[in-house]
Design a protein around this ligand. Structure first.
Ligand SMILES: [Ca+2]
Ligand SMILES: [Ca+2]
Ligand SMILES: [Ca+2]
Ligand SMILES: [Ca+2]
Length: 489
């Protein structure tokens, strides 16, 4: 009876907001509600992460998401903990830290799920069940966490940008190799144990580890200097975190993020940088507001769809082609050429790597095959354009340039199972299709499989210059977007 009553109330509340998937209780998924920004949604019950951190009785606990603390709690007097999250956030690639003075232990948490419904009761999840090797937060889990963190740093990725299933597989691999005495991992474990021992020194100051992606060293220089730690065991105090870092890098170089990828589909990450100091492909300053208005409160949007030169499936071509339903899906994801409808994000959400860095992100899933595998070398091709304006506004005063579109072939050039394309807003020298301003080009842009003499084929993902010195810096970071994976067989 009570349940029926609760359902009735729930339904009424939802109907009073905006219609979401009808008024069925089962349709009241948090994802739906949060996506549509229903502010008055009821709070879900918390999700609680439970585990053991022996030796850290009474110590504070922090759950790090990148460089910020997502949730915090405390280890109890018996060395156990129950860290409560709000049940609203699905946390991927976080690092749990128990810290007592200058001692700290870590555990990598591949994925801490959100509640799937506001009706679910509090959910308790055991750390050991979701983080292989983390039976307790101790030296072994610390070593595994640091090695995976270092692996991600080597690859220029955030832990959150590695698929949770890959983190799980890799933790299993690292844990089994730690137990079987893999030499590089054994040295890493020994280094962690020396850091833990050095943390007991009265002179040691501060938390030993820095798990933020931008950390200079995983072992803080300040800790190394005050604790006189000898992580590499050469008999001399290290002085800074460099020796520890080298050991973690050596261990991480033998580790790979194991993953099996979703066949036939790929995650596409479109990014645009809006900045006054950006330079175009001619090394000339870009004027971001040549066509768009620089209005207060304007937001970044993307729109586009499947390019008409994408092979479609017909009687004579049944592979390396798109079916009408697939074309409709991609068109819908990209906003089907309606301007100022599909918002991009620069607040660290929706896969955006860094909040407020002027790089806006939009990520979606698309059908995919390697272009080189197709008989005519054609992959899935899309066209798109950025607009900077108000939700629902038309093209005028919002689009980066009129009469043109940007073109992109979904071809994974750096083999990271992602298509990542970083453009500068209003850059008329990049993949702008018709009136292209690149001095070394021919005024238009071609597909890679159909090059034309003197023309640019800047129509795929590519390495970029992000700091405006006109020298390419490398592949753009995918931010927090992970490849599409399936559990490995
Ligand atoms: Ca040393
Ligand atoms: Ca950003
Ligand atoms: Ca790629
Ligand atoms: Ca550069």
């Amino acid at each position: 009876m009570a349940m029926t009553r609760a359902r009735g109330l729930r339904c009424g509340a939802a109907a009073a907001l905006v219609l979401v998937a009808g008024c069925s209780v089962d349709g009241l998924l948090l994802g739906e509600l949060t996506r549509d920004e229903h502010r008055q949604m009821p709070e879900p019950a918390p999700v609680t992460l439970r585990g053991k951190a022996p030796g850290f009785q009474g110590a504070p606990l922090r759950l790090w998401a990148g460089s910020s603390v997502a949730f915090s709690g405390k280890v109890d007097a018996t060395g156990a903990f129950a860290l409560q999250t709000d049940g609203r956030s699905a946390l991927v690639g976080t690092v749990l830290e128990a810290q007592s003075g200058a001692r700290a232990c870590l555990a990598l948490v591949p994925e801490l799920p959100a509640q799937t419904s506001v009706l679910h009761p509090e959910r308790v999840i055991e750390l050991a069940e979701i983080a292989p090797g983390a039976l307790e937060v101790g030296d072994v889990s610390t070593t595994a966490a640091l090695v995976l963190l270092q692996r991600a740093r080597i690859e220029g990725r955030a832990l959150a940008a590695v698929a949770p299933s890959s983190l799980v597989e890799t933790l299993i691999d690292v844990d089994s190799r730690l137990r079987s005495g893999d030499p590089a991992l054994a040295l890493a474990l020994l280094a962690v144990q020396r850091v833990l021992a050095a943390g007991k020194s009265a002179a040691a100051a501060g938390a030993p580890f820095d798990v933020s992606p931008a950390a200079l060293h995983l072992l803080r220089d300040g800790f190394a200097a005050t604790s006189a730690v000898d992580a590499d065991g050469d008999g001399a105090a290290d002085g800074d975190g460099g020796r520890f870092e080298a050991l973690m890098t050596a261990a991480a170089s033998g580790v790979k993020f194991a993953a099996c990828y979703t066949p036939g589909r790929i995650k596409v990450v479109l990014q645009v940088r809006l900045a006054s100091d950006a330079r175009d492909g001619n090394c000339e300053p870009i004027q971001p507001f040549l066509w768009a208005d620089d209005k207060p409160g304007a937001q970044m949007f993307i729109t586009g769809g499947v390019h008409k030169e994408t092979p479609t499936c017909v009687a004579g071509r049944t592979a390396f082609c798109l079916h009408p339903a697939q074309i409709d899906d991609v068109n819908a994801a990209l906003g089907n050429w309606v301007p100022n409808k599909v918002q991009m994000f620069d607040d660290g959400s929706h896969g955006d790597g860094v909040a407020s860095d002027g790089i806006y992100t939009f990520a979606f899933d698309a059908p995919h095959w390697p272009a080189v595998a197709a008989p005519d070398g054609a992959g899935v091709r899309i066209a798109y354009k950025f607009t900077y304006g108000a939700q629902g506004q038309g093209w005028t005063g919002a689009e980066e340039f009129p009469g043109n579109q940007r073109i992109l072939e979904l071809d994974d050039r750096n083999n990271d199972q992602l298509i990542v394309r970083l453009d500068h807003f209003a850059d008329e020298t990049s993949n702008k299709d018709k009136a292209n301003g690149l001095f070394t080009g021919c005024g238009k842009v071609t597909w890679a499989a159909a090059p034309a003499e003197g023309c640019s084929s800047d129509s795929a993902e590519r390495a970029v210059d992000v700091d405006g010195d006109c020298k390419v810096d490398g592949w753009p970071s995918a931010g927090k977007v992970a490849p599409l994976t399936v559990p490995c067989p």
